[in-house]
Structures are given as C-alpha cells and as structure tokens.
Design a protein around this ligand. Structure first.
Ligand code: PLP
Length: 429
C-alpha cells in the first residue's frame, strides 16, 4: 500500500516511510492510495471473530508488506489487551467505552500501535527516531505510556505549564527512560508552534529524524477504525440502523470511523460533536472553512480551532460537499449544556459521563434517534481524568482506578523551557 500527500507535491511512500516521517515533505497529510472494502462475509460473521482477528483483517491492507503477518498479529495482540464495551445507558442509546487502556483515554490504542510499529522498523537499529509531540493533556500521557522502553525511539513531550490536570501531568512526567517531558512557559498553542518550528528547522532535521505522534501520523490515526468495528460486533444483533456520535477535536477518531464505513461497515450517520470550537459546524452551515484560535473549555482535549484531519474527511467524500453533508453532521455545545447533560445522564441512569462523552451524548440527541435507530456515543476518557469538573457537576466521589493511583504517587521530572532556542539546544544536545 502506498500513501500520497494530500498537498500532492511529495513522492509516494510506503507504510513505514509514512509512519517514520509523520508528515509529508510538502507539509501535507499522508492518505492511502486506495481503500479496498472487506468481503461481506466479514461483516456477516463479525460476532464470531475476536478483536485481534477483526483488527488484523481491517488493518493489514494499510500496512502492506512492511510488517509480516505474524509480527502484525503480535503487535495487535499486545495493543488490544483490554475491553471496548458498549454500555447501554438509555433505550436505543449506548456508549462505547474507550477508556479501559493504561492511561484511560482512547488515544492509548493509536499510541501503542504506532510505538510498536516504530519499534519493529528499528529492529536492526536502522531507523532511530525522535517523537516530538505537543500535548494539551491526554496525548502526552498515552504517548509516554505507549512508547516507554521502545527500542530506537526517544520521546519528547511539550506541555504547557499549569494548563494540564494534575493526573495528566503525572502521567507524562513520571516515567523516565526514553521519555522526556518539557514544561513550556506558555499555552498549548505555544507548544504546538515550537513543535512545528522544529519540524522545519534544517539544523535539527539534518541531525535527527523527527516524527509526530499526533493523529496526523497514519499509525496513530488508522487503528482507531477498530473501535467502530468492535461496537458493531456488539450491537449487530439488535438489527438497527447505527448512528455514531464522536466527541471531536482534531477529527482523527471520527475520520477513522469513516474509513471503517468505507471498508463496508453499515453506518447510517456520523455525528461530530464539538464544544464551542466549532470550525467544522460552521463549515457545514456555510460551506466556508474559517479556522479560528482555540478557546478553552471543560472538554479540553477538543479545544482545537483548526482540526488537522478534516481535510482527510473531505477526501473520503471525494471533496463533494453534498455527499459529505448527507452522511455527516456536526453540532457544537457549550460548557453549560455539557454540564447539564452530565447531570441528566447521571440522574436518570446513574452513568457517570466525562465532559467529552457528554458532548457526544448531546450530539446524538440533537441528531435524533428514532425507533429503528441505535445511537452510540464514544466515551473517550474515564471521568477520573476530569475529576474536578465531574465531582463538582454531579456531586459524586469518583473512585480512583489502580492505573491512575500508581502514577499519582510517583515523582514528577520535567525540564523547564521558556523559548524556542532552549528547545533547539535540547534537541541538538
Ligand atoms: C483527543 C481527544 C478527543 C478528540 O479526538 P480527535 O481524534 O482529536 O477528534 C476527544 N476526547 C478525548 C478525551 C481526547 O483525549
């Protein structure tokens, strides 16, 4: 399988080159040259397949010959070692819980898959890479955990000082080994800006191979399509039309869902649920795409004003606005509505949703779920990751799970960085 740049001004590459580079040299996102649907028999018998088999069938065309079947199956076995349950919260509405991994955010699967692919590509010490990543919270923890101890990969995480939650900070600063946390004097956009500058800095890229672990990287992005297949496996027997509502920031997760649909997954409608960072919502209304600076909300992992994967979604609909708006809708909700939804879900069902999941729930409600539909909203993080907001909003004590307790007790280690010059010195040092 080859990948081309969506800016159409860079050579085609295979899977391993696309993963190692992250972004094409013309700054475009890589996109698969073709997507071949899975046979009908796959969907007819999906409930008889285990998750690793489902994932292997779905991903191997994207990996091609770059990783042999046995290795790829081992990687998937390792990556998918936890559950992805659909929990029914109301009649005809379920939540797909994606927070049962080691850092309790859905990014664990993509981060772990990418880490193990890079580890494989470096098995003969040929492809040493430095993963440089900016985080507003969840990405850093998942990447740190996923890449810990992976041979030939150094990870450098930039996070804004004082702007991530206490638990998130512990998750990215306490692991050591090949993981370094840089504490940036600024906000998330400053971290992101420094990362972008480094990727274009000839002094640095001539000296070391940098790659990104954000969802622009195909190995972080594509494995997320498994979730939609795992959900289908669980609700198929209901014989309903499925609508997925995906809490969206960079639109990588929902974009992977649309790839699953291209593979043949029956889906009636995709709903992108956003907070007040509503660039895509406005685009669907006006057909004008106007990126904006991000605004802070209680669903902070979705505070993105210029979603990087939206261009891939447009491509999946052949850049046809009408086709896009037929199958894909987007709604935005503010923090007050999000808190109201958290309260409503808890009071009527006893289910504790985190702010991101609550936005997903609101998306389904706005879309409308009728008797022949089954709506699934994705729960992208465990409520404990947003402890203060959750406890304050619904007045409960959330029990701290063991994987979180483990990091809370560890000692933070970070390096303070107050300018791009300091980052450059660190990377060249
Ligand atoms: C990253 C993240 C999102 C947004 O996912 P995208 O793929 O960027 O749209 C939503 N919820 C949580 C908890 C996240 O960490």
């Amino acid at each position: 399988m080859n990948y081309y740049s969506l800016n159409n001004n860079a050579p085609k590459v295979n899977f391993s080159e696309a993963v190692i580079k992250g972004l094409a040299p013309d700054r475009g996102l890589y996109f698969p040259e073709e997507i071949t649907p899975l046979p009908k028999s796959f969907f007819d018998t999906i409930e008889t397949l285990d998750n690793v088999e489902i994932a292997y069938q779905a991903i191997h065309q994207f990996v091609g010959d770059e990783i042999p079947e046995i290795e790829l199956r081992n990687i998937l076995e390792d990556v998918l070692s936890f559950d992805f349950p659909v929990v029914e919260v109301e009649q005809n509405i379920g939540t797909l819980e994606l927070f049962h991994g080691p850092t309790m955010a859905f990014k664990d699967v993509g981060a772990r898959f990418m880490a193990r692919c890079l580890g494989y590509f470096n098995r003969n010490n040929e492809n040493h890479v430095t993963v440089l990543v900016a985080t507003s919270g969840d990405t850093g923890g998942a990447v740190a955990n996923g890449f810990l101890g992976v041979k030939g990969v150094d990870v450098v995480i930039l996070y804004p000082t004082g702007k991530v939650s206490a638990i998130q900070e512990k998750q990215l600063t306490t692991l050591g080994q090949n993981i370094t946390a840089l504490e940036i004097d600024g906000v998330f956009d400053d971290c992101q800006e420094m990362v972008k500058t480094a990727f274009l800095d000839k002094d640095i890229i001539d000296y070391k191979q940098l790659t990104s672990a954000n969802s622009i990287n195909i190995a972080r992005w594509l494995p997320q399509l498994f979730y939609f297949l795992f959900a289908y496996k669980q609700v198929k027997h209901k014989r309903k039309d499925i609508t997925f509502s995906v809490p969206s920031g960079n639109f990588g997760n929902i974009c992977a869902g649309i790839v699953a649909h291209k593979l043949g997954l029956p889906v009636k409608q995709f709903v992108a649920a956003t907070n007040i960072n509503d660039t895509v919502v406005q685009y669907l209304k006006t057909s004008e795409y106007n990126p904006k600076p991000s605004k802070a909300t209680i669903s902070n992992a979705m505070d993105v004003g210029n979603p990087s994967n939206f261009i891939r979604i447009q491509k999946l609909f052949n850049n046809n606005f009408e086709d896009l708006t037929n199958a894909f809708s987007a709604y935005s909700f503010n923090d007050i509505q999000t808190k109201e939804a958290m309260k409503k879900i808890y009071n009527s069902t006893g289910y504790i949703a985190d702010p991101h999941g609550a936005v997903g729930y609101l998306g389904l409600k706005k879309q409308g779920i009728n008797g022949s539909d089954y709506g699934i909203f994705l729960e992208t993080a465990h409520p404990v990751k947003f402890l203060d907001t959750v406890e304050e909003t619904i007045d409960v004590k959330v029990k701290i799970p063991s994987q979180i307790q483990k990091v809370i007790d560890k000692e933070k280690k970070s390096i303070a960085i107050d300018s791009y010059k300091k980052l450059k010195e660190f990377l060249l040092g």
